[in-house]
Design a protein around this ligand. Structure first.
Ligand code: TXA
Ligand code: MG
Length: 348
């Protein structure tokens, strides 16, 4: 027989375990509960094909205010309104140009957000006080079922603390908010993994405010015209600046040779790496993620890798720069922001 167990008082107090009791599979019962919560002005996190969203009734300013409070997000930042289908556009936008109809027909449901002139009934809480509204019809089955059951617009930014990496699993949402969100619908890992492409059609020329899940070339093809980049007249798209999409660790975008040099020069700091296809010599296996040089799978896992390395308390994440071709533009956009965030020493 083994010796008697130590007295309880002799044991170090274990950290209080928090069970993710608010994370529920996105089945019929959970979606019915989500609808009840949204109707009561509460928040519900739900999966989309891009990233998880932190949803509130878009027509209820107090509910939308809760999103901002929980995320720690400035109130002037607009949030995207998610709709069940394009037929709901009229309720939210006062002008729907032909280009918007074309893009909706081509890419909805899917990872595209259209910025249009808002209709009068849209609460300021949603638009950040601007004259435009961001609208999107997501394709994830759980999001679609929820939106159809709810029957109204759901305002939802990415379900992360302000300025942090977007969540692509239900447990990422739990990692940021714990039990503060009453319900997190679990629909598995988001198939796209990075946020929607945002196209502004509220001005004279279409403009891309954020590259994302739908490639720009596909948008230009559907529109039959070139899409410009934002200029001084473009609506503000806060949340697209450098302080976003950044893990806690410092991110350094490097070429492979620089990666090895950086490893040598950062002695004493805990280093992690996102390396293309080939592992990094001299770095512990558990601190390196070997990622494919294929945009789809890379995007799918990018945020999960950054979050996992952060959770391993690395000081620096060396990211081997992917190719610069158009297929990689949304990924390069997010990586550049994460790296700039570190270089500027911004905190959020
Ligand atoms: O894929 C996505 O778009 C995800 C999922 C949940 O739908 N949502 C998302 O939301 O990324 P958020 O809030 O994290 O980023 C939305 C971006 C912000 O940069 C915001 O400033 C911009 O969209 N945005 C929203 N409405 C806008 C508007 N009316 N004019 C200009 N930018 C807008
Ligand atoms: Mg976000």
């Amino acid at each position: 027989m083994s010796s008697a167990p130590p007295a309880i008082s002799a044991l170090a107090a274990p950290p209080a375990p928090i069970e993710p009791t608010n994370v529920q599979p996105a089945d019929e019962a959970a979606i019915a509960r989500a609808v009840e919560l949204l109707r009561a002005g509460e928040l519900v996190a739900f999966p989309t094909e891009t990233v998880y969203g932190l949803g509130a009734d878009a027509g209820n300013p107090e509910a939308v205010a809760r999103i901002f409070a929980l995320k720690g997000r400035p109130e002037t930042h607009p949030v995207i309104v998610h709709l069940a289908d394009a037929a709901q556009l009229e309720a939210w936008a006062r002008e729907i140009p032909a280009g918007a109809r074309r893009l909706a027909a081509a890419f909805w449901p899917g990872p595209l957000t259209l910025v249009l002139k808002r209709s009068v009934s849209v609460p300021d809480a949603v638009t950040g006080g601007q004259d435009t509204v961001g609208l999107r019809v997501p394709s994830h089955p759980a999001a679609r079922t929820l939106l159809e059951a709810y029957g109204a617009g759901i305002a939802a930014p990415s379900a992360n603390k302000f300025g942090r990496v977007s969540p692509t699993t239900a447990m990422h949402v739990f990692a940021d908010f714990g039990l503060a969100v009453p319900l997190v619908l679990d629909g598995g890992a988001c198939p796209v993994g990075i946020e929607s492409t945002i196209v502004d059609l509220s001005g004279e020329r279409p403009r891309c405010l954020r590259p994302g899940g739908v490639p720009l070339v596909a948008i230009e093809e559907a529109l039959g015209e070139a899409v410009g980049m934002p200029d001084a007249q473009a609506p503000r798209a806060p949340g697209t600046h450098a302080s976003h999409y950044a893990p806690r660790a410092q991110v350094k975008l490097v070429r492979r040779v620089e990666m090895l040099e950086a490893l040598a020069s950062h002695k004493g700091r805990r280093i992690g790496a996102l390396a293309l296809e080939v592992s990094v010599p001299r770095l512990a296996q558990h601190l390196q993620r070997v990622v494919p040089v294929v945009p789809g799978p890379y995007a799918h896992d990018l945020y999960a890798h950054l979050r996992a390395l952060d959770a391993q308390n690395v000081d620096v994440i060396l990211v081997e720069a992917p190719p610069k071709t158009p297929a990689w533009s949304a990924i390069n956009d997010r990586l550049a922001r994460a790296a700039r965030h570190a270089a500027e020493g911004e905190t959020t």
